[in-house]
Design a protein around this ligand. Sequence first.
Ligand SMILES: [Zn+2]
Length: 269
Amino acid sequence: MDHSAYYDHAVGADPVAELRRRQLDEPREMARLQAVVDAVPADARRVLDVGCGAGIALGLLAERRPGVEALGLELSPRAAETGRRLFGVSIVCGSADALPFEDDAFDVVLATELLEHLPHGVYDAARAELARVAPRAIITVPFREQRPQVQCPACGCRFHPFYHLRSFDDAALATLLPGMRRTALDITWTRGFFPGIRTARRIKAALGHPAPLPRTTLCPQCGYRRPPRTDGAAQPEAPGPARRWVNGLMARVPRPRRPRWARALYARR
Ligand SMILES: [Zn+2]
């Protein structure tokens, strides 16, 4: 399956609304992206964002650092078009494993939440390409993710709902980019799961009640997708008062922290 099909399905009919829901209206998401942009060294003039999606990081970069020449590369033509329209940023279409640029064409290369999605073969080629086009790199990936899976009700295939194909730990990140050394590693933490909740979900799935596929997900094996909502609502319905009360209560229960995202900086040896 063409991987940009996942993106196109996930953003649905209104890419801008989906972008708002997932990122633009999510302060924590935006703060995380801002931290990536802030990690771009002050002397960098040419920056490439590989797998830039709709170019939110490029938009932030243009805002903060008007002197920087920033370019995005994105597999999905639809995401690229959305970014150009929304943020006025430059995005070319292409694949991370064959970057259409000369060696050291940039001062810094970014790849945010890209590498965990890349299939065998593409992954190693993309790592080499990132290390080739710039002497410095900034990479973000989920950190030590346990990669929960959903199950397709049509064909039984199990897969990560956002198609994460690999997990990254400290050791993997230390040697991620060939010929480069890691110069910094920042971990973003989040609240952990309630004890036993994952076991309970697994037992439920084993008894024939797997968690439903998110509507933004399509099965990578057979292409199954949940039918669109028929009530005309574009957004998921807001929780009722009882649900909000329970959510508020749950939010107060102390839970262990767990690592969520890693931001790693690299420089050529
Ligand atoms: Zn399927």
